[in-house]
Structure formats: structure tokens, C-alpha cells
Write a protein that binds this ligand. Structure first.
Ligand code: URA
Length: 454
């Protein structure tokens, strides 16, 4: 069956078409994929290089991407596609650092601030964490947007400064923006896929993410593949397939790669919004914070240490003894931020209260993410400004008891408009369908659903 998420759907891996003889002809390459053939290494290298140089037109690349959406790619094709995208730019190399490097990538979810406590925590355990990160679009926030709410903090770093911070035994963790030369073919292709309905393909998503992570130069990688209403992948089978595809690409490229598949039907933690999430991350680093954020931070930290070959250290000890907090402060200061500065606060807050008593049975991650977005925490298109203080505070989570009039949510926003199109009213309409109060507690769902990789 052909389908939007098929990794191998319809591909006849054993049949190389006549295009092997004419791999410089982009129309033949498109036809070959359209007809279900596997592309050769030379065809893939040629088409990605040509697209990067502007010699393969956007409409041709879009047609090829659509053919991949329907026909899929084999593991060998996906590996080569990834390698060609890495080769389109420069690849960082940290093998001369005195400590092993390891990074984490999340496919994105609502309230997912895990990178903030995780990077300094893993650095405090002896690894170097080079993380090139992105800004948010739509209902999920971007790590850089969150960190940019800290006064003075800068996302742009020269590669030499990044290396210095990673080598510094008192810091060892960097979260910064990817330079223009990191997998430029992916940058162009992802923007094209975004406007041509060709994002939804496991091999294209997997190669897009992994090309950037491999080019970043990390020695090991832990993936957090989210599944549920607030995630990119809504269904478990698709999340497992994506996790497997990314682990295969990493492994085939010589990168120690493991994936956790984690639940994203309910937001992570108790905040969604930039400065609100920074404050919650600092709570975790101080030894407190919401149980789900602590659980996932520690689980990912343990996987990262394992992947980096560091044993005998329990990251929970580094949270408890304050060394992770020290690394956080040093990491923020190294990028110009003031870890002691007050975080920005939105100009207005409104509290949403429970109309009845009972148990919170549901809180939908997607609706909460969209609520934070309406309030100003996210952007509708690249380059839009975001509000540092805007977002949603969740006072209860599924399974918690509530009484009549108890606070469920506090909405934070800057907008003065009171009419129907004002941010608060738009957010209120979104949030109305996000939660339910019932008589019985919902069945507890595990946060970590699976682990994929050796
Ligand atoms: N994130 C990426 O970086 N690439 C994709 O294709 C999808 C999500």
C-alpha cells in the first residue's frame, strides 16, 4: 500500500531504472522515484548537490519530494540522502575535545523545555553537549526562543567560541543557533516541503533531522520522539517508524544513536511559554520542578551518559548537589545572559477557574500549545516576534482533584485588546475544549513508552 508515512512503500529496491545511465537528468530521476524505483547513490548525490547550487529547480525538487512521500526510500537511499545533505555544507568536528560529546534532539512537544535542565546536567556529569537548536513555529516553542527570554542571552555564536565553551571544564554545554552552512540543502528543502505538502514522509523527516545532527559533530545522540495530540507524530506506529529510521541513519553513519518514544497527549510540566518555561527549568535544576519534567530529564540524561560511554555517575546526584545548577549559570553567562536577572513577565494575567468539583480527566497538549501561541508565545511564520512573558500556567494536571472555583490555568499575555480578536479571547476559545472535569481519575499513562536502539 502506498501511504504518506511509508518508509519503503512501493519501492522496488532491486530494480534500478534506466536513470542509472542518465543520472544527470533530473526529470528521469523524478520519473524513477514516481514509478517506485530505488535511486542510486550517484543520482541522489547529483540531485541534492544540484538543488543546493540552484541548478535543480524548486518545482523539480518539489515533484521529487512528492514522489518520495508516496514511494518512500530504502534504508540505503535514506542514508545516502542524509549524507548528501550533510555534504552540502560544512561538518563540525569536536573529536579533539578532552570529553566525549553527546546531544539530544526532541521532535517537539508542548511544554517541552527539557533541553534547558538537561544540557547543563549532562555537562555536570562529564560530557560535552554541543546543541544547535531552532526557533519555534506554530504550537510548539523553540529552545532558542525560551533562552532568549533571559536578559542578555545570545543564540548566535562563532564556531570557535562554541568550541571554547565546550572545552571549558566549568561549562561544557552550548545551546546555540545553527550557522547558515550547516546542511544548507536541508534548509532549502525543508522550506520547500513546508509549502508543497511534502513534510509528511518518514525518510524525508528522518534525513532532515539527522543531517543537521550529524553535521553538528556530536559523537553520540539521544532522540526524544514524541507521540500524541501535541506532537508531530499523532500515532504510535508512525512515531516508532520515525524513531527506527533515525536510529538506523545515525548508526549507519557511525553515530551512537538511541531513541526514546515519549507521550505527548498532555503538556510536559506546568508551563507552556518562553520565560515561564525557563523559570520551571530553573526549579528542576534547583532540585524541585514537576515530576514529569524531572523524570524525562533524568531518563534522557542516563541515556546520554550511556551513549557517551560515561558510567558510574547518577545524574540525580548532580541535580541534588547543585553542580547542574552551577553549570546552568556558567552556560547562560558564557552566552551573555544574566542568570540572576528577573525574567520578563507579561503585562496581564487572567485565571481560569473550575466550574465544578471533580477530577481533571483530560488536558489536551495541542489545545494548550495553541492557547500559548494565541497568547503570543509562538509565531505564525518565520521571523515573527514572540512575547517572552506570554504563555499558559497549568495549576492542575490530569488525575488531580479540583474544587469549584479552584484555579485551573493562568493565562499570561501582553495584548491590550478586549474584543473577540484580542489574544485573550482567542486563547480562551482555544482552551475551552482543552480540558474536562469528571468523576473518576483517568488511567495513568506512562511517559516513556519505548526505547529504540542498542
Ligand atoms: N523537523 C525537521 O528538522 N525536519 C523535518 O522534516 C520535520 C521536522
Amino acid at each position: 500500500m502506498n501511504g504518506r508515512f511509508g518508509a519503503l512503500n512501493g519501492v522496488n529496491a532491486s530494480v534500478h531504472s534506466a536513470t542509472d545511465r542518465a543520472f544527470h537528468d533530473v526529470v528521469s530521476i523524478i520519473r524513477a522515484k514516481r514509478d517506485g524505483h530505488a535511486l542510486s547513490d550517484a543520482q541522489i548525490d547529483w540531485v541534492i548537490a544540484g538543488f543546493t547550487r540552484g541548478e535543480v529547480a524548486d518545482e523539480q525538487m518539489a515533484a521529487l519530494a512528492m514522489a518520495v512521500v508516496w514511494r518512500g526510500m530504502t534504508r540505503a537511499e535514506t542514508d545516502r540522502w542524509t549524507a548528501a545533505m550533510i555534504a552540502s555544507g560544512s561538518r563540525m568536528d569536536f573529536t579533539d575535545l578532552p570529553r566525549p560529546t553527546v546531544d539530544k534532539h526532541s521532535t517537539g512537544g508542548v511544554g517541552d523545555k527539557i533541553t534547558l535542565p538537561l544540557a547543563p546536567l549532562v555537562a555536570a556529569c562529564g560530557a560535552a553537549v554541543p546543541q544547535l537548536s531552532g526557533r519555534g513555529l506554530g504550537h510548539t516553542g523553540g529552545t532558542l526562543d525560551k533562552l532568549e527570554s533571559i536578559p542578555g542571552w545570545r543564540a548566535d555564536l562563532e564556531p570557535a567560541r562554541m568550541r571554547e565553551i565546550l572545552a571549558d571544564p566549568a561549562i561544557g554545554a552550548v545551546v546555540c543557533a545553527a550557522g547558515a552552512d550547516l546542511a544548507p540543502a536541508d534548509k532549502r528543502l525543508y522550506a520547500l516541503r513546508d509549502v508543497t505538502g511534502t513534510v509528511e514522509s518518514i525518510p524525508l523527516i528522518a534525513s532532515s533531522i539527522m543531517s543537521k545532527k550529524i553535521a553538528e559533530g556530536t559523537g553520540a545522540l539521544v532522540l526524544d520522539v514524541k507521540v500524541g495530540s501535541g506532537a508531530f507524530m499523532k500515532e504510535r506506529a508512525h512515531a516508532d517508524e520515525l524513531a527506527t529510521a533515525m536510529v538506523e541513519i545515525g548508526t549507519d553513519a557511525g553515530l551512537r544513536t538511541v531513541a526514546l518514544v515519549t507521550a505527548m497527549d498532555t503538556p510536559l510540566g506546568r508551563t507552556a511559554g518562553n520565560a515561564l518555561e525557563v523559570a520551571e527549568s530553573v526549579e528542576v535544576l534547583a532540585g524541585g520542578g514537576p515530576a514529569d519534567v524531572v523524570e524525562l530529564t533524568l531518563a534522557l540524561a542516563r541515556e546520554m551518559l550511556l551513549a557517551a560511554g560515561i558510567d558510574g555517575i547518577d545524574p540525580a546526584d548532580r541535580l541534588a548537589d547543585g553542580t547542574a545548577m552551577d553549570r546552568w549559570r556558567a552556560m547562560i553567562a558564557a552566552q551573555g545572559g544574566d542568570p540572576d536577572a528577573a525574567l520578563p513577565r507579561a503585562r496581564h494575567t487572567e485565571v481560569i477557574r473550575a466550574p465544578e468539583a471533580g477530577v481533571l480527566t483530560r488536558m489536551d497538549a495541542m489545545a494548550v500549545g495553541l492557547t500559548a501561541w494565541h497568547l503570543g508565545a509562538g509565531r505564525a511564520k518565520q521571523g515573527d516576534p514572540v512575547s517572552a512573558g506570554a504563555g499558559v500556567e497549568m495549576h492542575v494536571k490530569p488525575g488531580d482533584s479540583v474544587g469549584v472555583g479552584d484555579a485551573l490555568f493562568t493565562l499570561h499575555f501582553d495584548d491590550e485588546r478586549q474584543d473577540e480578536e484580542g489574544r485573550f479571547n482567542r486563547a480562551g476559545r482555544e482552551l475551552a475544549g482543552a480540558w474536562e472535569i469528571g468523576a473518576d481519575a483517568p488511567q495513568a499513562v506512562p511517559l516513556i513508552l519505548d526505547r529504540i536502539g542498542d
